[in-house]
Design a protein around this ligand. Structure first.
Ligand SMILES: O=P(O)(O)OP(=O)(O)OP(=O)(O)OC[C@H]1O[C@@H](n2cnc3c(O)ncnc32)[C@H](O)[C@@H]1O
Ligand SMILES: [Ca+2]
Length: 500
């Protein structure tokens, strides 16, 4: 110590050097701060972001995902950080006011600008995918659906994000991406573990997707999606039933009950004491029921609830056609479905409805579930309103129908038995991220799921890759990111499309 002090004191140049070094350090620091301030450069961000808008039939939702900036290609690393529910109905409801569809997204876009650090805005991919509501509008009135898309695209182009296109997802994509999401969040893909099937119930369509050892696509090619993920091959069975989302299914049931154009209808799927005037032209204003509109009918009919679960089941069952099957086995409406296999995650309206009804425990005996629904449906409407003053009246009025529909769809439609029903888990979120197709869709379009396991020698480019036939895109083709129309670039395609 003292020797040191002696040396410092002894060395005449020591003070000069110290002052010199300190001076340089101060100048460097000032320069650094000045440059930083002048360029307004924030500190480097730890995360990257991606945004997907889910334009569903009943509403639009925006999801923001993040992942560590230094490593894009690892599983389980992409998580949902934020979400935003667009006020008002789904974009397909803006057919007569397309501009309104674009404007409706404003608040959620603002929220996204605040949630994603501004230094990342320009590089953050933004996708919009529309599902069954737009599929139906496209069938009904293609120019109206084009106008809605134009308005929505204009709104999203004006955002600071990297807008990569708005399009309608095919039913197969909707089902398959929901399956990818669930299994990605559960970490089942990297481990090569047994996967979970996915059940999605929307307002206008519903999907079932699961890996089946007995299904290679021979019987029904358009139900097959094949992928190679983290070095494992999957044959996924998937089917989307248009018009079997819970809103359209209710329309179908009401249409069957009003085929003769009555002025009043006693309906077992609504609570006793429930009474409402329904407009014929409004009820039949959907391609799901348009063709069965009665030739002659009054303007409205009076819908009166009788609250009878067993009769409701009978009425609901009539919207399924079990009469024909050209395959070895079918679900309903002549659709091929292999034997159910493994566990399932059921989300969206399965969750909303069964959670409200306190019926998410699928291990309860089937009879108990039926008894609860029987009692629930029989509860007078006035009591329901008194007990649930803050529940949206439309939802409250329809839970008896919705619960009955879900039970019928799962057991009679998809053939879940008292045993296999227990394999269904009713979920809303997995590790903080919503279950749904959006995350899988983004992972695919941003190539964030590698075809080979990360520690395996990269024989092929690390991207989510399907086995394409001779006409499929070459492996390692251009990244989907460089195109504005992801429908041409999605590397996940149903087998039928690949073979045609
Ligand atoms: O997939 P598609 O068919 O396009 O429709 P969507 O994406 O808009 O459908 P959601 O899963 O958002 O919702 C499914 C249905 O559940 C309804 N719903 C949403 N929240 C609900 C709640 O809390 N209680 C009851 N029903 C609800 C909603 O109105 C739809 O009819
Ligand atoms: Ca949906």
């Amino acid at each position: 110590m003292s020797e040191q002090r002696e040396m410092k004191e002894a060395s005449p140049g020591y003070r000069t050097v110290t002052i010199f070094v300190a001076g340089i350090a101060v100048i460097a620091l000032v320069a650094l701060v000045t440059v930083g301030v002048l360029q307004n450069k924030p500190l480097p961000q730890k995360y990257k972001y991606g945004i997907v808008m889910d334009a569903g039939s009943s509403h639009t939702a925006l999801y923001i995902y993040q992942w560590p900036a230094e490593k894009d290609n690892n599983t389980g690393r992409v998580t949902q950080t934020d979400s935003c529910r667009v006020d008002g109905p789904g974009i397909s409801s803006y057919a007569s006011n397309p501009r309104g569809a674009g404007e409706s997204l404003g608040d959620c876009m603002l929220k996204a600008r605040q949630a994603v650090p501004s230094s990342r805005h320009g590089e953050t991919p933004l996708y919009l995918g529309a599902t069954a509501g737009m599929r139906l509008l496209n069938i009904e009135n293609a120019s109206a659906s084009d106008a809605v898309f134009q308005a929505v695209e204009a709104a999203l182009h004006s955002s600071p994000f990297s807008f990569r296109g708005a399009r309608i997802l095919s039913g197969q994509e909707e089902g398959a991406f929901g399956w990818v999401t669930v299994n990605y969040l559960d970490d089942r893909l990297t481990q090569g573990q047994e996967t979970t099937g996915a059940l999605d119930l929307g307002g206008a369509s519903t999907q079932i997707s699961f890996v089946s050892a007995r299904f290679d696509g021979t019987e029904s090619p358009h139900n097959l999606m094949t992928f190679r993920l983290y070095g494992n091959d999957y044959n996924l069975y998937t089917h989307s039933y248009l018009c079997y989302g819970k809103d359209q299914a209710l329309r179908k049931m009401l249409a069957l009950q009003t085929a003769s154009g009555p002025t009043s209808l006693s309906d077992p799927c609504f609570h006793p004491g429930y009474i409402r005037t329904r407009d014929y032209s409004e009820l039949y204003a959907s391609p799901c029921v348009a063709r069965s509109k009665p030739q002659a009918s009054p303007r409205n009919f009076t819908l009166k609830g009788t609250g009878d679960f067993d009769s409701c089941r009978t009425a609901v069952k009539k919207i399924f056609d079990f009469s024909k099957c050209n395959f070895s086995r079918c679900s309903f409406n002549g659709v091929f479905q292999p034997e159910l296999q493994g566990s399932f995650g059921a989300f969206s309206a399965y969750y909303f409805v069964l959670d409200f009804l306190n019926l998410t425990d699928t291990s309860a005996p089937m009879e108990t579930i039926k008894d609860k629904l029987r009692e629930y449906c029989a509860t007078p409407w006035a009591d329901m309103q008194r007990q649930h003053p803050s529940t949206k009246v439309k939802y409250l009025a329809e839970y008896c129908f919705s619960g009955t529909y879900i039970l019928t769809l799962l057991t009679e439609g998809y053939n879940f038995t008292a045993d296999t029903f227990k394999e269904i888990t009713i979920i809303r979120k997995i590790k903080g991220s919503d279950a749904g197709w959006t995350l899988g869709y983004m992972l695919n379009l941003t190539n964030m799921i590698p075809a080979e396991a990360p520690d395996a020698p990269p024989a092929a480019p690390r991207r989510l890759r399907v086995h394409h036939g001779a006409h499929g895109p070459a492996a390692g083709g251009p990244s989907p990111l460089h195109h504005l129309h992801p429908q041409q670039d999605s590397v996940l395609q149903p087998a039928q499309d690949r073979m045609s």
